[in-house]
Design a protein around this ligand. Structure first.
Ligand code: FAD
Ligand code: EGO
Length: 451
């Protein structure tokens, strides 16, 4: 086996051949991490090189990037370029009431924010960053069709010719998304768990165009939310001063909006202030230009097969998007995997085993939290309670910043393991429910933490 020499803090460690399946957000970042440690990386992506495409089909145009995702980008030197320079900070949520009035509640202290980033920009930049390493080799138009993961053997089908190619690697990393082929191969093994759940809601993306003077049509540095119970809509800002608007709604409701008249009547009833911003004509044409997409949640495990295969990102833990954490969790996977490999001095078997056993409870926790948020936002009878809860939480947090950490804050603005975030919330619920003992409870807890 060759050994690495270089300034990566891993001189003398074994250098391996890694095949990463999936050149989406997580696969490309993972390629950077393995390349940084000097490994030989081959990235296989089903689609063509998106940098050469005019239009990229697929999901969500922009995403909310928070602390976990940023920390993972930082370790491969990309945080500054991708987030600070390109991302649009959102310092607060802005809630749109039915009557068109808005209120905002900050995410935290003055500089605490999440960033809106374009998916395409992120993916292209990550590809370019990966390719800057001489030890990274990208293979586009390659679809994994089968694999013997114990042997590290993969079969790819070149698109669109369907030519077959056999490939071998010491480690196969599946970062091929929610419908992962690597996972399918893995789940053929005994003792591998798998479950997936589709929710009744689908989503559809619309657009609020830039104003004629090239500025944003709504206050720019906010995550805009229209909470309407069964219907939810959000908007995240884009660099070109437009907004990507995402409508979440049950499929059967989507089905009812089958004419421009019904669509406009629906929007005027539920989202009246958004209609002039989108424009009636554009609303109709954009809405009927595409079908709503489904939302799936996936839990499975273990994430590895011995020392030859691992799944990360959506392949391991796809979640519904109601926490804005899917990509963040996938990026965090890359950072934690690197740390655990380093800890085990690139002894891959024990490292993968530790990654799988420690990461799984946290991944399942964020999948659960995202689903919980979906149910909560959907079922909130009185939307005002959203505001009250957020206000009370943020007041308690400002009074006791180290003691009272709202769930959204621990998930979005800290590195607290996701499972720990739930424990922290359970404690808070207890406190809330024993109001008369609230004071005592806090005092006890404080003494507990101080001792
Ligand atoms: P993907 O991005 O799905 O990439 C998988 C790649 O693998 C693709 O390029 C695909 O072409 C390739 N591939 C698939 N099969 C094969 C095969 N057989 N062979 C070779 N290649 C293959 N997350 C956030 O953090 N913040 C948000 O605000 C947010 N908003 C979201 C909004 C919506 C509507 C949705 C649906 C998701 C959102 N997410 C968000 C989640 C986020 O999109 C995902 O978690 C993230 O894209 C996962 O990245 P990935 O690389 O694991 O998978
Ligand atoms: C009561 C009601 C308690 C994604 C609502 C808690 C999610 C949930 C989809 C927002 C922000 C990034 C998002 C908040 C809550 C992204 C997010 C939130 C949505 C929908 C989203 C918040 C993309 C939940 N973060 N969030 O507190 O601002 O609160 F509305 Cl539908």
């Amino acid at each position: 086996m060759e050994t690495i020499t270089g300034a990566n803090g891993c001189d003398g460690f074994p250098k391996i051949k890694v095949a990463i399946v999936g050149g989406g957000l997580v696969g490309t970042l993972s390629a950077c991490y393995f390349a940084k440690r000097g490994h030989e990386v081959h990235l296989y992506e089903l689609r063509p090189d998106i940098r050469e495409l005019e239009h990229v089909p697929g999901r969500s145009i922009n995403l909310a990037l928070s602390v976990r995702g940023r920390a993972a980008l930082k370790e491969v030197g990309l945080e500054e370029q991708l987030v600070q320079r390109h991302g649009i900070p959102m310092y607060a949520r802005m809630i749109h009431e039915l009557d068109g009035s808005t209120r905002s509640i900050p995410y935290g202290k003055k500089d605490q924010c999440i960033y809106s980033v374009g998916r395409r920009f992120l993916n292209e930049s990550l590809l370019t960053a990966a390719e800057k390493y001489p030890n990274v080799h990208c293979h586009f138009n390659q679809k994994l069709v089968s694999a013997n993961l114990k042997q590290g053997q993969m079969t790819f089908e070149r698109q669109p010719s369907k030519e077959i190619e056999q490939v071998e690697a010491q480690l196969v990393v599946g970062a091929d998304g929610a419908f992962s082929s690597v996972r399918k191969q893995m789940m053929k093994q005994p003792l591998c768990d798998f479950s997936q759940t589709y929710i009744p809601h689908g989503y559809l993306e619309l657009c609020i165009p830039a104003l004629s003077d090239g500025t944003h049509a709504m206050p720019k540095n906010y995550l805009h939310i229209w909470p309407r119970g069964r219907f939810m809509m959000i908007a995240l800002p884009n660099q070109d001063a437009s907004w990507t608007v995402t409508l979440f709604m049950p499929f059967d409701e989507f089905g009812k909006l089958d004419t421009p008249q019904r669509l406009l009547a629906f929007f005027k009833e539920h989202f009246p202030d958004a209609v002039p911003l989108i424009g009636e004509e554009k609303l109709v044409s954009d809405f009927f230009a595409c079908k709503p997409s489904p939302l799936v949640s996936v839990k499975c495990g273990p994430y590895n097969i011995g020392d030859t295969a691992l799944i990360i990102g959506d392949a391991a833990h796809a979640m519904v998007p109601f926490y804005g954490q899917g990509m963040n969790a996938g990026f965090e996977d890359c950072r934690l995997l690197d740390a655990v490999l380093l800890k085990h001095k690139f002894d891959v078997g024990p490292a993968l085993k530790e990654f799988s056993t420690t990461r799984r409870p946290d991944a399942e926790a964020i999948c659960g939290l995202a689903m919980y948020n979906y149910v909560e936002m959907r079922d909130l009878v009185n939307r005002k309670s959203f505001l009250i809860r957020k206000k009370v939480d943020s007041l308690l947090h400002s009074l006791m910043p180290n003691l009272w950490i709202p769930l959204y804050t621990s998930v979005t603005f800290s590195h607290m393991p996701y499972a720990q975030c739930i424990k922290n919330k359970e404690w808070q619920d207890k406190v809330r429910h024993t109001k008369q003992n609230q004071h005592d409870y806090l005092i006890n807890k404080r003494q507990f933490y101080r001792s």
